[in-house]
Design a protein around this ligand. Structure first.
Ligand SMILES: NC(=O)c1ccc[n+]([C@@H]2O[C@H](COP(=O)([O-])OP(=O)(O)OC[C@H]3O[C@@H](n4cnc5c(N)ncnc54)[C@H](O)[C@@H]3O)[C@@H](O)[C@H]2O)c1
Length: 674
């Protein structure tokens, strides 16, 4: 082993990739939030295979030393992260000019990757997990080093192919092709159970990319603040009369992690009292110190007293409670505190490996049990879910509107035998937020979480993009039909207030729900501003996978599809292929997003706006398809709002010819079968 004495610059380190000399071993930084130990799943022979797989990244001369270290990591953490190879420089989105690269896209993608691994942004930064407990950018640090080097040296005639964090390499392509093609967790369908993820991830051959983790498009909790604010606002519209305000009314939920951490802020924007339970004190404290929640409570006495006071004074307030959500549901019932809205954002897409902490165990006890006695842990989770549902049912009987927030809560609760099924035993008692709110109000009209990142890293550029987006949206609103006026209004309000809400954590990014027309016009205006120099560096466009077209997920994004096709994944696959030849700078498709491995196929894109004329063509072609693919599928499923939207788009765009459904009268079907 050697210690390199010369101090390399950031650029040099990127260009070296895997260092020439074996770096000194590194221990983990204790102050950072670390992934829980994964359960031991590999046989003796499989463990040897995992080590053999890991060592293929390194010269043979290092194998003897590294084999022991990797075996120790596998034993201690259940995975091989290769901590020794974690770079010494700070992981953060730097201004684009600081990246060594032959293409603007290569530099922009490096910036996006570093943002996903920034310790202010990522949930478990040293395990390369951005959010959701297991949403990985890479499986290990060797993959990171190699990928950054490939991106730095890639030309506009090459494409980098990423296999679940592993860079397969640069392949010749053309300047029109995406610069990076990413797949995450794509399995042969029969090998997509939770334990398959544990096993094949431990072997080092696949990873859970979540949505924006493995596709380099995460922008911190802001991304989800907006979606959550829209959801909570519209949920209150459903339960309150037109004259009532959400002020002084309770929204009870759980989770202050990667995305769930956005709930209190969204609640403040929607104007209610948010009560949010979080079992992990470190996660709760992080959100509190970042200003994402107003108050932190460690005892029930102070929580209850403060909640009652806020109700009496009609306040807008967010309260974090360090403890288990099940206790809060039960205690609020005893205290007769009325809950207007209830939901849950624990990570139930990952129920057995730290996504959901069962009531009755401390956080530490649960972490030990899930690794040492996984079967008992599973039983505790199921028991806890049944108890949680019982308490929710009691509140619902008094009028609480409970909705599933796309974390597989109802799905896992039903699998645990909780009382969540409706009388027909097919549907759940409670709606998913997509069935009731986001589906019919947003996705079916083409509204979804469009986003952008200013690669200069300059907040002034972000302000300029906010202003541009605001003026484009206001213009569109003037001629928008009645059906989408509410959406236009909510989003205009959002973008007007976005800067003052101080939502940026990490890269200079913004999210805005917009439809195809809005996304295209905003993107064109950004591109013109980059061209004229008004914005000082390229802008990266993208979106969450959780959108109109990107995701097939029967219990979430496509839960308001009722023709049976919610269990197919053609839309997401068409989307990623369609985007790739229409101008995306990078594309990705994943198995597993918010609701779990095997439960969803989702994809996304990134597009770099460099101010060029070619960029205008790419914007028009790709963004158009990226939204209208999903609207057409939703309209074929007979969704009223999508039928409206696609007919309107066909009038505007003569080259668009979509197959429309003929609607069948109910009476015709009634007598057909016994
Ligand atoms: N539909 C959407 O738009 C949407 C948006 C955000 C998140 N989600 C889903 O919500 C879930 C959470 O996402 P995340 O990124 O915040 O994950 P995360 O793992 O970072 O956070 C979940 C948090 O819940 C806490 N928790 C677990 N069990 C608990 C319990 N019983 N009581 C109190 N706290 C508990 C955990 O400690 C953790 O901090 C995921 O399943 C995600 O897919 C859906």
């Amino acid at each position: 082993m050697h210690n390199s004495k010369t101090q390399l610059s950031f650029r040099d380190e990127i260009l070296i990739g895997i260092p020439k000399e074996l770096p000194a071993p590194k221990s983990r930084i204790p102050e950072l939030n670390h992934a829980p130990k994964r359960k031991e799943i590999l046989s003796r022979e499989e463990k040897k295979l995992a080590i053999r797989n890991a060592l293929r990244y390194f010269p043979v001369a290092w194998h003897a030393e590294l084999s022991k270290e990797f075996a120790a990591e596998l034993k201690k953490y259940g995975r091989i992260y290769m901590y020794r190879f974690k770079p010494g420089y700070k992981m953060q989105a730097r201004p684009i000019s600081e990246y060594p690269a032959k293409t603007i896209e290569g530099a922009a993608i490096m910036l996006m990757i570093q943002n996903n691994l920034d310790s202010d942004v990522a949930q478990h930064p040293e395990e390369l997990i951005t959010y959701g407990g297991n949403g990985a950018v890479f499986q290990n640090w060797a993959q990171y080093l190699l990928t950054m080097k490939y991106l730095a040296t890639m030309t506009a005639e090459q494409t980098l192919h990423m296999y679940s964090g592993h860079p397969m390499g640069l392949f010749p392509s053309s300047s029109d092709a995406p610069r990076v093609v990413i797949t995450n967790g794509m399995m042969i369908p029969n090998y997509s159970s939770q334990d398959d993820w544990e096993k094949f991830n431990a072997l080092g051959v696949t990873q859970y990319g979540q949505m924006t983790a493995g596709s380099y498009m995460y922008i911190g909790p802001q991304g989800i603040v907006h979606g959550t604010a829209i959801t909570v606002m519209n949920a209150f519209r459903k339960v309150l009369s037109k004259t009532e305000s959400p002020k002084g009314k309770i929204f009870l939920t759980a989770g202050l992690g990667g995305m769930s951490g956005a709930q209190p802020k969204a609640g403040n924007i929607a104007g209610c009292i948010t009560v949010c339970a979080e079992v992990n004190e470190a996660a709760a404290t992080k959100r509190f110190t970042q200003g994402w929640v107003d108050e932190l409570h460690k005892t029930f006495d102070t929580l209850i007293a403060r909640a009652k006071e806020a109700i009496n004074k009609n306040e807008i307030l967010s309260l974090a409670y360090v403890g288990n959500i099940v206790d809060v549901w039960e205690r609020f019932y005893e205290e007769e505190l009325f809950i207007h809205l209830g939901s849950d954002q624990t990570s139930l897409h990952n129920p057995w490996a730290g996504g959901y902490y069962p009531v009755g165990l401390t956080f530490e006890e649960a972490n030990i049990m899930m690794a040492e006695n996984p079967e008992l842990f599973k039983e505790k989770v199921r028991e806890s879910l049944r108890r949680q549902v019982n308490a929710i049912n009691k509140h619902a009987a008094k009028g609480t509107y409970f909705f599933d927030y796309g974390n597989a809560f109802l799905l896992e609760a039903s699998r645990a035998g909780a009382d969540v099924m409706s009388e027909n035993n097919i549907d759940f008692k409670y709606p998913s937020y997509v069935q009731d709110i986001l589906g019919p109000m947003c996705f079916d009209y083409g509204f979804g979480p469009f986003r952008w990142v200013c690669t200069s890293g300059n907040p002034e550029d972000l302000k300029k993009t906010d202003d541009i987006a605001l003026s484009v949206m206001e213009q569109i609103r003037n001629s928008a039909p009645e059906e989408i006026q509410q959406q236009m209004q909510d989003n205009i309000k959002w973008i007007r207030e976005a800067d003052s809400n101080k939502l940026v954590v990490g890269s200079q990014a913004r999210i805005l729900y917009a439809d195809a027309e809005g996304r295209i016009k905003i993107a064109e205006a950004f591109n013109a501003a980059v061209n004229s120099g008004k914005i000082s560096a390229p802008v990266v466009l993208g979106r969450d996978h959780h959108d109109v077209s990107g995701t097939d997920s029967p219990f979430r994004e496509t839960s308001n599809i009722y023709d049976g096709s919610q269990f197919t994944a053609d839309m997401a696959i068409h989307n990623v292929i369609g985007d790739s030849f229409r101008g995306a700078s990078w594309v990705s498709v994943h198995n597993g997003g918010g609701v779990g491995w095997g439960e969803v196929i989702n994809g996304g894109f990134g597009m770099v706006l460099d101010g060029s004329e070619e960029a205008v063509e790419r914007i028009k072609n790709m963004l158009f398809y990226d939204v209208n693919n999903g609207i057409s599928r939703r309209s074929w499923a007979r969704n009223k709002e999508a039928l409206f939207a696609i007919k309107r788009e066909m009038k505007r765009s003569p080259n668009l010819k979509v197959t429309l459904p003929n609607l069948v009268a109910d009476e015709l079907l009634d007598g057909l079968f016994e």
